[in-house]
Design a protein around this ligand. Sequence first.
Ligand code: PLP
Length: 406
Amino acid sequence: MSEKETPFKIETKIVHEGRWSESHFGAVNTPVYHASTILFPNVGRMLEIFSKHYDNIFYGRYGTPTTRSFEQALCALEGGYRTVSFPSGMAAIAAIFSIFLSRGDHLLVSDSAYDPSRRFALNHLKRFGIETTFYDPQIGDGIRALMQPNTKLVLCESPGSHTFEIQDIPAIVKAAHEVGALVAMDNTWATPLLFAPLAFGVDLSMMSCTKYIVGHADAMMGSVTVATEELYQKLRLGAASYGYAVGSDESYLATRGLRTLAVRLAQHEKNALELAHWLQSRSDVVAVHHPALPSHPGHALFKRDFKGSSGLFGVEFKKVPRKAAFALMDGLKLFKIGYSWGGFESLIVPTFMGLERSAYEWKPKGTPFRLSIGLENPADLIADLDQGLKLMYEVAATCGPDEPMA
Ligand SMILES: *Cc1c(COP(=O)(O)O)cnc(C)c1O
């Protein structure tokens, strides 16, 4: 395991990090180690390994060579000290909260954070005497006013889930560090290829690897990467204490996905921009929530901090009845209806149902959807949306004035 900074560019690191072929009979990929028990040849070796058992291969729950391969490769991309993998993105968020907060602490969570993160704070942290304040994702430096003497952690997510606000991460990091609070960031949308949280001073860089890292909609994984030995010890010890163990099969799939991340993301970006521009040119589109578009309110921050965009964005069509909005979704042939995103296939979900915000009001002017643009030919995706929208307006035309709107 090399801990040295290599001179290679990130695309090269994606291909070469976390591989120890000489230890695996020359196999290019680290094989899937199905292992719980690890045997020690003698007591001396057992004691030696035990002395650093969070880093050694000691017992399945602390990691196998397969999980370590993934962690090392991802860590190199994040530019961190160590990465710890988790059985899902949500497990990683729950771990951050549970390991770095104690009774009586105060937590700040972006109002546009992934909904289950919000609910974890409300349903579980509250039971343990941890108080949460939700803040407007566009608060920037204004977050100072929300800091309390007991504020220990700030959770950021940029762009925001479903609503795609861009956060001023450097301003938030500065304000948090001034009062001794840690900053965690859900960086699932950008991955370290497009935004490197640790380089911006974020302490805990988190991802749902289920999305772009795995990339093929076939495994669940999460990750947290930290820049210091101190945070790493706390994180690894906490993860093992809570019993988080990542399957080697999942780690293998995530590592395999990771190897092609750069080319996939570039194509997701290109396809999504093509779709976003096409949507923007339509007269029935009220808004396109894509931070790479100059019309996006967070565009200046996006240009300052991000290296590019990925494939997930929002769109609002002029307001139609709910029945018509459902007809669009049911009528699409290539866009499938499904939560999650970041796989090779295009997906659509409605944004007009149950979006929770408490620190600011999100008021769509039209009927909003979220699109995850996959790796299909964008011309086919455009044609699919075009025919789906025709269906939507056909159904809308048959609706009476009492029909509930979407
Ligand atoms: C999906 C998602 C998560 C949760 O990840 P899982 O792997 O599904 O548990 C967290 N944050 C964001 C932004 C997500 O999209």
